[in-house]
Design a protein around this ligand. Sequence first.
Ligand SMILES: Cc1cc2nc3c(=O)[nH]c(=O)nc-3n(C[C@H](O)[C@H](O)[C@H](O)COP(=O)(O)O)c2cc1C
Length: 417
Amino acid sequence: MVDISSNFVGIKSPNPFWLASAPPTDKQYNVERGFEAGWGGAVWKTIGNPIVNVSSRYSSIDFGSKRMVGINNIELISDRPIEVNLKEIKSVKKHWPDRAVVASLMVESKKEAWHDIVKRTMDAGADGIELNFGCPHGMSERGMGSAVGQVPEYVCQIAEWVVEVSEIPVIVKLTPNISDITYPALAAKRAGAHAVSLINTINSITGVDLDSFVPRPIVGNASSHGGYCGPAVKPIALNMVASIASHPDMKDLPISGIGGISTWRDAVEFMLLGASNVQVCTAVMNYGFRIVEDMIDGLKNWMEQKGFKKLDDFIGLSVGKVKNWGDLDLNYKVVANINQDKCIKCGLCYIACEDASHQAISYFKDKYTKKYEIIEKECVGCNLCQMVCPIQDCITMEQRNIGAPYMNWAMYQEQNK
Ligand SMILES: Cc1cc2nc3c(=O)[nH]c(=O)nc-3n(C[C@H](O)[C@H](O)[C@H](O)COP(=O)(O)O)c2cc1C
């Protein structure tokens, strides 16, 4: 039996899967159905002075037959009054005491405004507060969201205002629209925030309508840049999570991982790289609340297989495995191998290696046969042929012992002086 219960900076939930602040959490009706489906917690759609939204609001990137690989939105924070949202939070918390309910907040950058909303949020019984310093569109033009998150001094200042009155944990949600994510994360830590969550959405334009010439999403005869999220952003989010988790001054700063998580595997990857729990938005917008069932089962099965009894047994296990390039072993060698029984002779590996790599695949053809084979002495082990191959396990990368010990870049330079 494995225990997947989570305790994130004192906020308890039966599992580490939270709904991220977004349309699936914008009202009691949604959050309660999310909890019925099994979600461990929810970060309420950002609350602040109500806004007016445009129509339309979303656009997406499809790739091949795959829909919504990434989605872009120009939606703002909640368009419902603060008091309605807080009343509903109180009611949800009353009915679902074992689930985490975190209020995401965004108000103008004035101390009184922040003090006021934090106190009202505590009165509503929320388990924690998430500061939305991330929205890259609309709110940022009004001096909020990523306009705050992009300036570490502002992050620190506003987080300090919140921390000085808050009696519940404060999580700072970071914007990825910045050159080095560790700067705002350090600022949040300096302010006394209990944790960071990341990532919010990435500034983007998904495409242009070739008939009207208007970028998407179309609002009349114009559009605006928006926030990008979904599976396409996962690699960016993973790297940012790892950067914070491995930073020597932030080893003890808890992280809530967000960005492109659709499956239990994605969630485990975030946790291995240092996130203590995860939040999900796009996957729920695409497939509904029900996906959490598979996430719970998958996580439990994987933990059982690996012999982990609780989440802390594996959180952060991959952090130390992300090294600077210069520390990698220059004497580690892999080469590709094509399993001839599985090969369907499509030639994709050959074309890729011929045109974009090291001409390390030979092609033989006669009247009766076609054959692709690796020329081992030319293969640099780049993985490209394996990546383009449409057949699972047809091309595998095999390690070759070249009989030389570990050598990093500094050692190499020394040796070749
Ligand atoms: C339509 C939409 C609305 C969103 N609204 C908010 C919001 O109000 N507050 C917030 O902090 N993040 C908001 N987000 C960002 C998500 O919480 C999340 O950080 C982001 O989508 C990355 O996660 P994902 O890849 O699972 O979608 C929104 C995202 C979408 C798609």
